[in-house]
Design a protein around this ligand. Sequence first.
Ligand code: ACM
Length: 518
Amino acid sequence: MNLVPQPSSVTERAGTYILPTDLAIDGTADQAAIVRRLLSPGTGLELPAASGGALKINIDPALPAEAYRLVVDESGVTITAADDRGVNWATQTLRQLLPASVLRPAPSGATLELGHVQIEDQPRFGWRGVMLDVGRHFMPLHDLFGFIDLAAIHKYNTFHLHLSEDQGWRFESKKYPRLQEVASWRTETRKHLDDAGDGTPHGGFYTADQLRAVVQYAAQRGITVVPEIEFPGHVLGVLAAYPELGNHPETGYATATEFGIFEEVLNMSDDAMTVVFDLYTELLEVFPGRYVHVGGDECPRKEWMDSPAAQALAEQRGLPGPDHLQRWFTERLRDWLAERGRQLVGWDEINDEGPLAGAVTMAWRDASYGVTAAEAGLDVVMSPTSHTYFDYYPSTDDREQYSIGWLLTTEKAYSFEPLNGIPAEQHERILGTQCQLWTEYVPNMRRVEYMLYPRACAHSEVAWSSPAGRSWAEFSTRLEGHLQRLDALGVNYRPESGPRPWQQGGTGTLRRPDAHRH
Ligand code: ACM
């Protein structure tokens, strides 16, 4: 069966059931739409809603959120779910019980035979996230839909869309159009400081309307989009568009062409705050979910410390010094979001001046930041570089393409235990876990697929499945079977045996000498 992520329990029984061509769905119109969306394209079945249909859907509110039971017997298929998301995940499991070709968006004529089975399943964590950085490299709109499809197969329910970076701003603003006109592109890309640059402009942005479609498409598949526009650091693109928001407008700015951490940050003036709130107002109109990400990582304070204007602002706001301007900013934004029924999420630097009550901490520098935040009573998403940064090298194979960071194998990703070090009374504070795909060296969706899969297959199981009895040996065997599904979809995943010839690093001249540090 090779189900990924592994359900809580699977009981196989003798007998088979073949989905008949006139299979109908006995459920509400909304539930039938969920099942039809996922099952109809690849099977060619019309799946009309009809009372007495052999694919039955029941809601059982006593089940935990997102949980489901899936039974296949001689009478057909019965899904009992806690909620609509549960119906979604049950249907994803049903798709995995069928031939892999059923995952494609058009029918292949495969026999739609199911073994009799009873599956009970529920997620371990409520936040099962995957982050995509479209700031460093823009990914065309149509790629996002396939990205969501793959995430949904793995029962991820959160798509964190990282929409702004020094190297590019991707969110259309009606009020500040220079963001899409200027900040959304850079003149070229330099892989590293010794690289002469590729001389090729890079850019793109999504219109508000396009992003609404992404939100809707994801929601139809049980996934909430968490948007991130980043302040007060990682803003070179914003400053290129609106230099008056920077600390040195007289020098001018350009959207960054190389990667790293830049000293140039928002000047924190009242005018800058107005722009920030205007932009978040536009963001909230597009993204209806509860969680909104402010970024907040890697924000150097040197410009503020050196700036008489920033020093005056700090004094006027009653802060101990200009180095507290970020904290002041994040608290304002937290309160502003709360007034609108939303909750701020930030990278763990938001707690550098002490636990930021009411915000969700995304622990990335190290899991210990998550432990500290949870102990302080904050909600936490465990996203540490050690186990969830899939922009890191997937192996020490010299044939790997130029990447960032250290080594993070599929086995290491699978070994992650998000509750490690968390006192039992704080377990509830760990909302879940999320994997990250930063795209400095990931120029397109083909490469995204290579870096994410199969490591995200492993991570999805960390996020969804019970850890009891978990074994890498068992998972790696099951994974080989599961990868046939990605083969059927033509996903450019990395085989565990090593990169395919066309996935390798070419001449190697761009490989960083310290690339394979462990
Ligand atoms: C991060 O990786 N800078 C959040």
